[in-house]
Design a protein around this ligand. Structure first.
Ligand code: UDP
Ligand code: MG
Length: 189
């Protein structure tokens, strides 16, 4: 089994690369952000709750996100592996994931971080906001808050897995194919 965490700040290219990696390695791609957007689009109770936080660029509380992730894993018992995109986002989520994985006798293979400078991130998110229809991409204050939350709450996730020697960093600047090649080389190494 290969279980990857694709890591990086908002706008670093996780979603784009996760789709390509899932195809190449036959993994189930789980984007917690996409799952929330699906729930919000259908105005489900979970979606309405998530919207309170996402619309401000804050994180949805850990218990909600972890429960949703766990349900999604359970839907694919026969998968050869998963690629987690945008999760875990806090140390508490790392600890919850450890527990879920140990119950299922699964393990994280690698965390790969996409390294992109901050001015480039803001540029990409503003550009994406023109077509994505995502309210959280269309307001520079929300974008700034998401990056702030990333530094405060999410960046320690890298160190959490680094202590287990599982964290790797890949240069996230370049063409989609070049970055994909770097990711594949890291996975295969
Ligand atoms: N979000 C969250 N927990 C998650 C995933 C997403 O709270 O596990 C919320 C958070 O408010 C975030 C937004 O959903 O800013 C969009 O997440 P997504 O991962 O799609 O955005 P990205 O960081 O990839 O641009
Ligand atoms: Mg994303």
């Amino acid at each position: 089994m290969i279980n990857l965490i694709l890591f990086g700040p908002p706008g670093s290219g996780k979603g784009t690369q996760a789709v390509k990696l899932a195809e190449k390695y036959d993994l189930i791609h789980i984007s917690t952000g996409d799952l929330f957007r699906y729930e919000m689009g259908n105005d489900t109770p979970l979606g309405l709750k998530a919207k309170e936080f996402i619309s401000k660029g804050e994180l949805v509380p850990d218990s909600i996100t972890v429960g949703m992730l766990s349900n999604k894993l359970d839907k694919h018992p026969d998968s050869v592996g998963f690629i987690l995109d945008g999760f875990p986002r806090t140390i508490a989520q790392c600890e919850a994931l450890d527990e879920i994985f140990s119950e299922k006798e699964m393990a994280i293979s690698k965390l790969i971080a996409l390294d992109v400078a901050e001015d480039e991130l803001v540029k990409r998110l503003v550009e994406r906001g023109k077509t994505s229809g995502r309210a959280d991409d269309s307001d520079s204050n929300i974008i700034k808050n998401r990056i702030k939350v990333y530094h405060a709450e999410t960046s320690p996730v890298y160190n959490y897995y680094d202590e287990m020697k599982l964290s790797h960093t890949v240069d996230g600047i370049g063409s989609i194919e070049d970055i994909f090649g770097r990711l594949c080389a890291t996975i295969d190494s």
